[in-house]
Design a protein around this ligand. Sequence first.
Ligand SMILES: *Cc1c(COP(=O)(O)O)cnc(C)c1O
Length: 430
Amino acid sequence: MDKFEAYKKLGIDRDVFDFCEGIQRELKDRFEAIGAMAELNQLKVMDAFRKEQVQEACLMGTSGYGYNDLGRDTLEKVYADIFHTDDALVRPQITCGTHALALALMSNLRPGDHMLSASGRPYDTLEEVIGIRESKGSLKEYGISYDEVPLRDDGSFDIDGIREKLLPETKLVAIQRSKGYSDRKSFSVRQIAECINLIKSIRSDVIIMVDNCYGEFVEDIEPTDVGADMAVGSLIKNPGGGLAPMGGYIAGKSECIENAARRLTSPGLGKEVGATFGMMRDFYQGLFLAPTVTASALKGAVFAANIYERLGFETLPAASDERYDIIQAVTFRREDALISFCRGIQAASPVDSFVAPEPWDMPGYDSKVIMAAGCFISGSSIELSADGPLREPYSVYFQGGLTWEHAKYGIMNSLQYLVNDNIVDRNKLR
Ligand SMILES: *Cc1c(COP(=O)(O)O)cnc(C)c1O
């Protein structure tokens, strides 16, 4: 069967097909560079698996208290090798990225301490963790104060501002690598390195925590390679490779990890407990696949940026920008376009392709959010997914794709929906 016929069966018409094929042809060099990065990261992961002698027994799980869980303990060493840290906490009991970040913060800060965000306002769900928005159980409630240094207009770190706001009682500085739901650029690890160097030159004892969500394996180094004391993320994003069904990780300095473990379980128990039931195989296999899955998602992001930029929409990162995470934002400035885009992605999903996503009041977010996520793992955003808050400027945040081929089809279908709904003029595709 001819390739177009195969797409046509899935609802893609000739104009959309030809336009997207044309874009893909222009991206040969970009895709090659992404493949080369995946190769480096695959070797990094392999090196850790070999060094820690991952073996069949690691793939089994424990129950009950989870004492002597070989799989869990070895996996944490593998993560520590990959991130070049003393230690790591990688657990199914960490429920999501927000939980991992909250755990890292709440376990390493004490009443009277001060926390500073060096990358401006943090990710939406952290507002309630910190107490920027009043919330039961927030850091604020425990007497931990907070301040933030907004980024400069060009999206860079405000070095003077950070210098000014670093107080004697500042115990921890948070840096967010990825833009999340904001309209800034994401930071490269090298940019983060400059910021860390400045902070450490003023206060060498301050803990630097990097929110590493969506950044893992996009570059050949991680924030912990340039002085971060903790890197924190979710296993239903990049490092879970699409197979980890839940979980989060913290990789970092011994003391930081010990604090986090004691908070997750209990003082006196720390890392020694925590059953892993049948989850270890997926954690290992997902981590093994993570470099190439991340590369597939990156190809999808670059493809989407090139398509939508050509059609006159603002994209962030721009079509030709370097990538520092897997998120692609497209700004539509109209609500109906955001909704159409998400419906196109949903319809191209392997699970729940027949449902239409609706905006809803999602816990942790302060405006309605629309989410397209027809995923094998609920809410997994390393799988092809798109979401966006229903507020100006109506940007969609697109990410994931377990395979490049699926990401490609999903993006083509998002465009097909925009054409069908008369938001994108068909003549522009010719
Ligand atoms: C996804 C994400 C988080 C955490 O989100 P969860 O949905 O709780 O996993 C935190 N920070 C950033 C930048 C993120 O992208």
